[in-house]
Ligand binder design. Structure first.
Ligand code: FES
Length: 97
């Protein structure tokens, strides 16, 4: 089961089942995730920087690809409402954590 850890200190890592939506996994563990579209893939505010485990997340879907291009996101910045966990540990960060 992949472990989600945080690049900055102060938050406890947690385990989440492969296939779980990344944004939902964070919210389920009381980690705030910015959003104004509530996971509909419109706002791109839920972007998360992935510093470890990026390869386990798979390719961006069409919605995420569109947002990544529109907002000029780096490859390791993922739209968390569009991402499902793979089977490897992740280390994540945002500007507001
Ligand atoms: S919550 Fe709006 S794009 Fe993810």
């Amino acid at each position: 089961m992949p472990k989600i850890s945080f690049a900055k200190p102060g938050r406890a890592a947690f385990d989440a089942a492969p296939g779980t939506n990344l944004m939902q996994a964070l919210l389920d563990h009381d980690v705030p995730v910015a959003s104004s579209c509530h996971g509909d893939g419109v706002c791109a505010k839920c972007r998360i920087e992935v510093s470890q485990g990026l390869e386990s997340l798979g390719a961006r879907n069409e919605t995420e690809e569109f947002l990544a291009e529109r907002f000029s996101l780096k490859k390791n910045v993922r739209i968390s409402c569009q991402v499902r966990l793979g089977d490897q540990d992740l280390t994540v960060d945002t500007t507001y954590w």
